[in-house]
Design a protein around this ligand. Sequence first.
Ligand SMILES: Nc1ccn([C@@H]2O[C@H](COP(=O)(O)OP(=O)(O)OP(=O)(O)O)[C@@H](O)[C@H]2O)c(=O)n1
Ligand SMILES: C[C@](O)(CO)[C@H](O)COP(=O)(O)O
Length: 400
Amino acid sequence: MNGTRQIAALVVAAGRGSRAGDGLPKQYRVLGGRPVLAHVLDAFMDHPAVGAVCVVIDAADEALFREAAGDHAARIITAHGGATRQASVAAGLAALGGSAKVPGIVLVHDGARPFVSHPLIDRAIGAIEAGHAAAVPGVAVTDTIKLVDGGSHVTETPDRSALRAIQTPQAFAFDALVDAHRAAAFAGTSVTDDAGVMEAAGHPVLVFEGDPGNIKLTYPADFEAAERRLGTPAMPPALDDIRIGQGYDVHAFGPGDHVMLGGIRIPHGQGVIAHSDGDVVLHAATDALLGAIADGDIGTHFPPSDPRWRGAASDQFLAHAAMLITKRGGRVAHLDITVVCEAPKVGPHRDAIRARIGEILGIGPDRVAIKATTSEKMGFTGRREGLAALAIATVRLPGA
Ligand SMILES: Nc1ccn([C@@H]2O[C@H](COP(=O)(O)OP(=O)(O)OP(=O)(O)O)[C@@H](O)[C@H]2O)c(=O)n1
Ligand SMILES: C[C@](O)(CO)[C@H](O)COP(=O)(O)O
């Protein structure tokens, strides 16, 4: 490959993975000891012809994304996704279009396809460099495909030899795809892949040889198959090593107009004095998780002396601790948190905090308890000098 056009990868990872069952959105679940998205990012970040990578994420998943991207994060352009895959791709195209070096070629890839390989990426790029405006990988189908009507009666049996199951990465001339997406949005055209967007705009789409191993993780069984492929033992060990961890954090009030509690911004007449965003709930919860796996404390992993954590959103600290547990094959069973302060009132925000912590950890809010108390006007919390939080975590690890 000796083209001169900048090549960008656009990875869509803003979906909720509802068909994959409970837990974190599928692109952040652990596969072979690492988040699914980390496998995808390695493939594109390590490819010598790919000059830029844009990942489209859900606004609520910033912490999970940073955890999955690891050292790659600083070199990745991010955008926030929309309600559909198509809207998420459009958001990524807008981000790439506004970047310092607008690409000539874009490879759109699902964040849920972790087995994308360099030969497949080479074929995608090669097709566009050969002069096509749109090229997508396809594999022959092995089942007979039928068209059915609303009553599930067969209306047609297409010739199987002409059918292809289409995968990603789908490769396009950047400007042509941007225009086609704009036209589709204007016309209200809704399709399930970007080839469809180009087809609607009248572009021919080339199908090149896909890779049967390049599966899209969609259902729980896909994860089991993917783990088997990576050699993970079929029967996971029982999670019967039950650990309890505790955490405590305190911050003094200072100038400001809100406090962060459990990832929720709560209006208040004061802020807190802190290196990060000073979220005592998330800090105590993070320490409780780290305590349960006896892996240091929040300061060990995120030293206050490191300028990267100045003003940082604390959800990434909790996501990191949760990932350490997941990497050990474990699971957070429960978090019980108590906030101590005279004000602000925590009760009205309890459910939002439980939901947000559940979202960060990939567990239901029924596994997160938030309690609050004053200290009866005694001590530093009673004098309204600051606020504190205590957390107890129950963690299940694989038995020895
Ligand atoms: N609004 C959306 C919907 C999907 N995607 C991404 O598009 C890819 C393919 O979509 P799909 O497998 O359908 O993912 P989900 O929408 O997350 O799954 P589900 O339909 O089961 O909820 C995934 O990487 C997903 O994260 C996206 O970026 N934005
Ligand atoms: C883009 C795609 O992966 C090609 O097969 C597919 O169309 C995505 O569909 P989904 O329902 O959004 O997973």
